[in-house]
Design a protein around this ligand. Structure first.
Ligand code: GLA
Length: 403
């Protein structure tokens, strides 16, 4: 008990020495504790990119906020409304960034989102340009952090993009230097955010380069992308999702592996495949950032995004990311109170529903054990030693087991 406390105090002092005197955040802020508290469970919300890309507008963001409330998503736990790339205009003579004409007044937009009981997020890059070729924060980190805080930003996604050319990343002889530069760039923005004294969730997006999961927490990250961009198809989603095996030791309250945003409701996958994404992301204790048009959701999409029993697995306060068992289709996630979530996937591509057998001893339970099916919303009573279930192609059966 004493050791974690000592480490936390040490972090507090280190942060004071690094930049506190000018910043004033030495006053009584334990940065490490605050960082953890901001994302005690994986952040949930919506991000504009997967559906709207760089054409996103003020009115579409307002509509997303409205729909998040009207659909019940807010009450199911979704909170952050995040504008991805495409909001930026030009810098003025003082270097202050202004939004483009699609965003007439960012502060008013943030106020609107806040008035709905939601939180407001934005996007930038440590490079001179973002991936969509809009203005990045290179050389303007402190100024941008202050601008964001002034608008009322609660979440920043910070995307590597053109900083890769600053790093001369592809010069293998200098790979270590490049990696150190990248960490420094992410640390610079973290310190700038802390100096604003506004709690801002910090989301790193650098596609997993340099094993970000190993150093993300040291630059104040609450979440870090582990892979390249997701697409709205089963192959992309399943390759990304199932490749997360082995990263579980890096996830914990305060900082999470981020296998990219949800595609549920965007139309490129079958219902069973979207259930697979929602289940797998929840098993992984991944951030749940919807990426669809919330103002046009059908009943099925709502039922997937708002399956509260599945969300409860994602948001379990222990914050343990699932591990993959052999056989490959079965993943297990310890939950608080001695329960476990078990997800049984069928991701073979031959269009077949297949029977899969779960052996209770493989997931650490002596039989019998209580079971509930989290998609059928049905108690299964007591299971004895094995459970065999037919899993649809591309689909999943997700269980909660408890002694
Ligand atoms: C990168 C990121 C995406 C999105 C775009 C925006 O590709 O990985 O998630 O933010 O940039 O340009």
């Amino acid at each position: 008990m004493l050791l974690p406390r000592l480490i936390s105090c040490l972090c507090f002092l280190v942060f004071c020495f690094i930049g506190g005197s000018q910043a004033g955040y030495c006053q009584a802020v334990d940065v490490e504790a605050l960082t953890k508290q901001m994302a005690a469970t994986p952040p949930m919300g919506w991000n504009s990119w997967n559906h709207f890309a760089e054409k996103i507008t003020d009115s579409e963001v307002r509509a997303a906020a409205d729909a998040m409330v009207a659909s019940g998503m807010r009450d199911a736990g979704y909170r952050y409304v995040v504008i991805d790339d495409g909001w930026q205009g030009q810098r003025d003579a003082q270097g202050i960034i202004h939004p483009n004409s699609r965003f007439p007044d960012m502060k008013r937009l943030a106020d609107y989102v806040h008035s709905k009981g939601l939180k407001f997020g934005i996007y930038s890059s440590p490079g001179p340009k973002t991936c969509g070729n809009f203005e990045g924060s290179y050389g303007h980190e402190g100024q941008d952090a202050r601008t964001y805080a002034g608008w009322g930003v609660d979440y920043l996604k910070y995307d590597l993009c053109s900083y890769e050319s600053v790093m001369k990343m592809w010069d293998l002889e200098h790979a270590d230097k490049a990696s150190a530069m990248m960490q420094e760039a992410y640390g610079t923005m973290h310190r700038a955010l802390v100096k604003t004294n506004r709690p801002i969730v910090y989301s790193l997006c650098e596609y997993g380069i340099g094993d970000v999961w190993k150093w993300g927490p040291t630059v104040g990250a609450n979440l870090w992308r582990t892979t390249d961009d997701i697409r709205d198809d089963f192959r992309s989603m399943s390759l990304i999702g199932f490749s997360q095996a082995g990263l579980e030791k890096y996830a914990a309250p305060g900082h999470w592996n981020d296998p990219d945003m949800l595609e549920v409701g965007n139309g490129g996958m079958k219902p069973d495949e979207y259930r697979t994404q929602m289940s797998l992301w929840s098993m992984l204790a991944a951030p749940l950032l919807a990426g669809n048009d919330l103002s046009r959701m059908d009943k099925l999409t709502k039922s997937i995004l708002m399956n509260r029993e599945v969300i409860a697995v994602d948001q379990d306060k222990l914050g343990i990311q699932a591990s993959r068992l052999a056989p490959l289709q079965i993943w297990v996630k310890p939950l608080s109170g001695g329960a476990k979530a078990v997800a049984i996937f069928n991701y073979v591509v031959d269009d077949q529903a297949i029977p899969i057998t779960l052996h209770l001893k493989d997931v650490g339970f002596p039989s019998p054990v209580h079971a509930r099916d989290l998609w059928a919303h049905k108690d299964l009573g007591l299971l004895h030693s094995t459970y065999t279930v037919i899993v649809p192609q591309g689909g999943v059966v997700m269980l909660r087991l408890w002694p």
